[in-house]
Design a protein around this ligand. Structure first.
Ligand code: NIG
Ligand code: FE
Length: 412
């Protein structure tokens, strides 16, 4: 046993059913009659009761029963825009009356209406509105969340969003990865000058990075966003800074975004409804994760399905995320995204769970979480369910009995 994970352990749960997501076991990496133990924020032991190397009380300072609950790794939401002010309920009504997302964007609504609200908010107001959304995710099992900027679109407002993202991690004690998405939309002050705006973003990036605010770089590659050539310029600056890249790619049309981000060895290509098989091959070769966002697909009433069969054939890891944002995915539960991924994209419930844990962690470049294995972070959830498929089956409802972050329980 690794020295620092040797007993005495800080805590131990008996009578647990473990969905370890290990590949060397059967479905879900399941261990019935399992034991989970942790020490100093890390999983110290996870296995069958029969193999426990001693009496529980002799091994751990605190021993409790999980009462036959299922335990999964803490969920990882690898794509959110949860920091913003205001809402877009009126835009939702307009879209229901027939206006399209792109049409509203071209009229200066959509993302830009959230930009106006976010620029007008002070940092404290932005934090409290955003914290409430992060708490909702946490209550439903999320222990690591990626948060993008992209509703500021000027240096100070982008910085404020990224600072709020960092604050959320500190306040809730959960893992936060902050992504700079300044190339999300063209701000009105740069109307007709998209290349100049990209040049400005390329200057902000080193500054924000030097302030410790950026873990990755993202862009919206789309007709209503930025061209592949513009994204390429941004990615080259990111590469120079040693920052990983990811991309909103091929969501509404095929601009070759997924292949572009793969060419840069990117962490993930996200949305990808319109990506073709060539792009999937490029992703497989580059190790780029496919981040599926069924909330946006659902809300936009999209009909073009992402290339799920090709992703499976080429063994591209699939992640599932909430895309929590005020326009296309006002979705406050990663479990609900898992459910939508099964219903709309025909993922299996096990694929959905792997997509919201181990594959999502990989989409963030994190290899220290996402499975119940010794040495991984002690981020795990005790669920009031009889089978892990229920996680993707119930639409809503409070299924999480306790969410543990680095061993510490948040009870509900
Ligand atoms: O992932 N596609 C661009 N970005 C978001 C939507 C942002 C918004 O509409 O506010 C997305 O769907
Ligand atoms: Fe998004």
């Amino acid at each position: 046993m690794i020295g620092r994970l040797a007993p005495p352990w800080d805590g131990l749960l008996l009578d647990a059913r473990l969905a370890t997501l290990r590949d060397d076991l059967g479905a879900y990496g399941a261990i019935e009659d399992g034991v989970l133990a942790w020490k100093e924020g890390l999983i110290a032991w996870a296995g069958p009761r029969a193999e426990l190397p001693g009496e529980p009380e002799a091994l751990a300072r605190r021993v409790e029963s999980a009462q036959r609950r299922w335990i999964t790794p803490g969920l990882v939401d690898c794509h959110t825009h949860l920091v913003f002010a205001g809402d877009r309920a009126l835009e939702f009504e307009r879209r229901l009356q027939g206006a399209s997302y792109e049409q509203i964007a071209r009229e200066g609504g959509g993302i830009l209406s959230t930009v106006r609200a976010t620029r007008a908010a002070d940092e404290a107001g932005l934090l409290s509105a955003s914290l409430a959304r992060a708490r909702a995710l946490l209550a439903d099992g999320v222990t690591t969340v990626e948060i993008k900027s992209g509703y500021g679109l000027d240096l100070d407002s982008e910085r404020a969003m990224l600072r709020v993202a960092r604050r959320i991690g500190e306040e809730l004690g959960i893992g936060v990865r902050a992504t700079c998405l300044a190339a999300h939309a063209l701000p009105p002050e740069y109307a007709g000058r998209a290349d100049d705006y990209i040049a400005a973003v390329c200057e902000w990036l080193p500054e924000l990075h030097a302030e410790g605010l950026v873990d990755a770089v993202d862009a919206f590659c789309e007709g209503i966003g930025f061209s592949p050539a513009q994204v390429r310029r941004l990615f080259e600056v990111a590469r120079g800074l040693g920052l990983p890249v990811k991309l909103h790619a091929d969501q509404l049309s095929d601009l070759g975004g997924a292949a572009l981000v793969a060419e840069f060895g990117g962490l993930s290509a996200d949305h990808i409804e319109y990506a073709d098989e060539q792009a999937v091959r490029a992703m497989a070769a580059a190790g780029t994760v496919a981040v599926l966002l069924p909330g946006a697909f659902h809300v936009l009433r999209e009909t073009q399905l992402p290339p799920i069969t090709a992703l499976r054939e080429h063994a591209v890891p699939m992640a599932v995320a909430s895309d929590l944002n005020p326009g296309t995915s006002p979705l406050l539960s990663l479990r609900l995204a898992m459910s939508l991924a099964c219903t709309h994209f025909r993922l299996t419930p096990e694929e959905a769970l792997r997509g919201a844990t181990v594959n999502a962690a990989r989409a963030l470049g994190l290899h220290d979480r996402g499975r119940l294995l010794p040495g991984q972070r002690a981020d795990f959830v005790q669920w009031d369910i009889a089978h892990p498929a229920e996680l993707a089956y119930w639409l809503g409802g409070g299924l999480a009995h306790a969410v543990h972050v680095a061993g510490v329980a948040h009870h509900h």
